[in-house]
Design a protein around this ligand. Structure first.
Ligand SMILES: O=C(O)CCC(=O)C(=O)O
Ligand SMILES: [Fe+2]
Length: 349
């Protein structure tokens, strides 16, 4: 089908896997890595079993769907209750599933962690980053189409040991309809365009809208291609923190895009946030892989923050914004801060 891009142009979105050729099986690791380094992304078919995908969805239905507990959300970093569209799909994606309170959301969280730390995922993320072991630094759960703006993940988070030493995965938990707001990448954008830095005019605190515009301008200027691959239940796509990507808007009613995404670093690298600071992260293992917990709701202190944030969302938003501005201001005032180098894509290994 044809789908509208954020530039107002139309692209072909393949309906089914058969019409989409460049994908790999989990056992074709070396070929997959070569493709990833060249194209900035790779699609892996049949990475997760249908049972594992169902375990996440069943956990969601049993624990999250009926819950009134405020949960941290990806779009605005606020603690909010669930919101649903006319079709009953969750419209406020969950941020950092690993931080959910085990007592309330244990099944959903465990199944999600089983996906994010799956041995096939561990092998693929380690291979593309050229490192023995990786860790999860962030995750999200989506159901309704999100229409996420085009971006490079590096702007939000990357590795403190070198920009580009970060990879991400999008895991399809159902067959994703061509009209359900497909995830897209701009192939080879990790090489075709420069990194847009989270600084100056484009900084997150005061220039996020300018950044969103600047990415679209770069897509036009460098004439970047678009690719919104078909992903069936259990398939995954991985991409570099330098690869431009986002998701399309809904083109059909009544279809969802139930999925998880996660971001990975080499296990020993620090997380670089907003190209500005190394953010210390508490790590807890799952299936032998380290998983960062930034707002762990199993800790009473973080539950207290959640209660305050959810009861006074306006005040919380102002405090967050002020803290963010102070962070960037402090960065500007520091004398000659040494920027983390951008690694050429082939030097990531
Ligand atoms: O699927 C989406 O809408 C966006 C996901 C994304 O950008 C990410 O996980 O980095
Ligand atoms: Fe992203």
């Amino acid at each position: 089908m044809k789908a509208l891009t954020p530039l107002g142009t139309f692209i072909d979105v393949p309906e089914c896997a058969e019409s989409d050729t460049s994908s790999f099986r989990p056992e074709d690791l070396q070929e997959a890595v070569q493709f990833y380094r060249r194209e900035g992304y790779v699609v892996i078919r049949g990475l997760l079993s249908p049972e594992l995908c169902d375990a996440v969805r069943n956990g969601y239905r049993a624990e999250v769907l009926p819950s009134k507990t405020p949960i941290l959300r990806q779009k605005n970093m606020r603690y909010e209750r669930n919101r649903f569209d006319k079709d009953g799909f969750l419209v406020n994606p969950i941020f950092n599933v690993q931080d959910l309170e085990s007592r309330r959301f244990g099944r959903f969280k465990n199944a999600t962690l089983d996906v994010l730390t799956h041995p096939g995922v561990a092998a693929l993320t380690a291979a593309v980053l050229g490192t023995p072991r990786t860790k999860v630094i962030q995750s999200m759960f989506f159901e309704a189409p999100a229409g996420t703006w085009a971006h490079q993940d590096s702007y939000y988070q990357d590795s403190g040991a070198g920009i580009g030493r970060c990879t991400a995965g999008w895991f399809a938990l159902e067959d994703i309809d061509a009209g359900a707001g497909r995830f897209y990448v701009c192939p080879r954008s990790h090489k075709l365009m420069p990194l847009l830095r989270n600084a100056g005019e484009l900084d997150f605190a005061t220039g996020h809208h300018r950044y969103q515009h600047a990415v679209l301008e770069a897509i036009k200027r460098y004439d970047l291609p678009w690719h919104a691959p078909c992903l069936r239940k259990g398939d995954a796509i991985f991409w570099s923190s330098l690869t431009v990507h986002g998701s399309l808007g809904a083109e059909r009613r009544g279809v969802s895009r139930t999925s998880l995404t996660a971001h990975y670093l080499p296990e020993t690298d620090g997380m670089l946030q907003f190209h500005t600071r190394i953010r210390p992260q508490k790590l807890l293992p799952h299936n032998g892989m380290a998983v960062a917990r930034l707002h762990d709701q199993d800790e009473w202190r973080n539950r207290a923050v959640r209660r305050v944030a959810a009861s006074a969302p306006g005040t919380y938003a102002v405090v967050r914004k002020t803290a963010m501005r102070a962070l960037f201001l402090a960065g500007k005032m520091r004398r000659a801060p040494a920027p983390v180098p951008v690694l050429p894509p082939d030097a990531v290994a």
